[in-house]
Design a protein around this ligand. Structure first.
Ligand SMILES: *Cc1c(COP(=O)(O)O)cnc(C)c1O
Length: 434
């Protein structure tokens, strides 16, 4: 009897209470305890609780060298909220009447890219859907066959277009599309018997791949001569190709990336872009351009379903103000992207001097489906072997990359405030001498 008693599992409650050190709320500990007992493996309870704790959102040190890392929330943002504050989210402080949550941030972004007006939604996919639903529901949208792209995460232009209620009218070929192709589509020639009239032309920035060789595409200026609204889905969200917020002007790695200001100046009626790619803000989608069209988007019933929350708008406002102040240092993405390699080398030498990791030249990338194949010269520390799981187990976790059998920590994406933590984690990694 005594022996049977000793193998009896502990009560769920006492097992849950034994896990209190994880800091998780009691119901989650009860869940972990139940799971362990159900699996007839009481010993696994701490690991289950720990896995739950590790699944919570938490800061991560990004040593991958990918500035906009999709798995790490794309662009880094300062998302601190002051106390438990209310805000004037939908209040006009002048009149005391109800205002619009779009009134604060939209005009700042419009100013920063030379648009008449701008509207913020949840992401660029939502921006595209809202624009197409507003301009072309039940009618045709002409898009070059060379721009029917998949951006990643299931964003495929033909499917997004269909979900807006607009009808895709394919124009040209994969590698070559001419203005005459668009003109024929606009005139309805060859669009099929049931084809609705074409209501807009959309040009999609092929953000994440390049077509090279025997190619031809039609620029915004030429498209603007067609007499239809021209929408440019830019995705990546470079506000201005002249980068007035960078003291040294545009870096070489930005060559060829279209800026919203230039695309609007060339005659696009609306542009759409993400908040968390090259804009360096929180996840959002921005629609900018002609005031009447932006207003029509804002009035569409879908706008209510796609509207961003106050936390996002507050973070985006900080980003927009930083652009208007030309203060790239206040935008983490631009701060990190433009650190001189010599500065990264200095930090790498300090890390290397106190660990068995060595200084290495490497190439960072913008990532997030932007600027394919473009590297930004960078410096990091490296050690032979794959140490990623050791680094990931740290608190906060450190994400590195493995290249040709070496683990590399690229310092371009690491905030210098994390260097001490990184040094401790690197020093404790089981790196062999040679
Ligand atoms: C990234 C991208 C999108 C999707 O943006 P999300 O903000 O992720 O929804 C749409 N269009 C283009 C051209 C893009 O590059």
């Amino acid at each position: 009897v005594t022996s049977r008693r000793s193998v009896r599992p502990p009560s769920v409650d006492s097992l849950a209470r034994s896990l209190a050190g994880t800091g998780l709320p009691h119901p989650l500990l009860v869940r972990a305890a139940r799971q362990a007992i159900a699996a007839d493996d009481v010993e696994s309870a701490p690991a289950i609780a720990e896995a739950t704790r590790r699944s919570l959102l938490q800061p991560v040190v990004n040593a991958t060298g990918v500035l906009l890392h999709t798995n790490l929330g794309r662009s880094p943002v300062n998302a601190s909220v002051e106390g438990s504050a209310y805000s004037n989210l939908e209040l006009d402080l002048g009149t005391g009447a109800r205002g619009s949550r779009q009134n604060a941030v939209g005009p700042l972004l419009a100013e920063a890219c030379g648009a008449d007006a701008a509207l913020v939604v949840n992401n660029c996919a939502a921006a595209v859907v809202l624009v197409l639903a507003t301009l072309a529901a039940g009618r045709g949208v002409a898009v070059s066959r060379g721009e029917l792209v998949e951006i990643g995460g299931g964003f495929r232009i033909p499917e997004v277009l269909a979900s807006s209620g607009a009808r895709l009218v394919e124009v040209g070929t994969t590698n070559r599309t001419r203005l005459s192709d668009y003109r024929r589509a606009a005139d309805g020639d060859g669009n099929g018997v049931d084809a609705p009239p074409v209501a807009a032309v959309m040009k999609v920035h092929t953000s994440n791949y390049r077509i090279t060789g025997f190619t031809e595409e039609v620029g915004i200026r030429a498209l603007a001569t067609l007499g239809l609204p021209v929408v440019a889905d830019l995705g990546s969200g470079l506000l201005d190709a002249a980068t007035p917020w960078l003291p040294g002007g545009p870096p070489a790695w930005l060559d060829g990336e279209p800026g919203a200001r230039q695309v609007l100046a060339d005659g696009a009626d609306l542009v759409t872009f993400s908040g968390d790619k090259l804009l360096g803000g929180p996840q959002a989608g921005i629609i900018a351009g002609r005031a009447d069209l932006v207003r029509a988007c804002a009035r569409h019933p879908l706008a209510r379903a796609l509207r961003p929350g106050g936390l996002v708008l507050a973070a985006l406002q900080s980003t927009a103000l930083a652009y208007l102040r030309r203060d790239a240092a206040a935008i983490p993405f631009w701060r990190m992207a433009t650190i001189p390699p010599a500065e990264l080398r200095r930090r790498a030498q300090i890390l290397s001097g106190t660990t068995r990791w060595s200084v290495v030249d490497c190439g960072a990338v913008t990532g997030g489906g932007t600027l394919p194949g473009v590297e930004i010269p960078s410096v990091g520390v490296a050690a032979a072997g794959d140490h990623r799981s050791h680094l990931r187990a740290a608190e906060p976790p450190v994400m590195a990359r493995v290249y040709e059998g070496d683990t590399i920590c690229d310092l371009r994406t690491v905030d210098p405030g994390h260097d001490d933590h990184l040094r401790a984690v690197l020093a404790s990694a089981p790196v062999g001498g040679s």
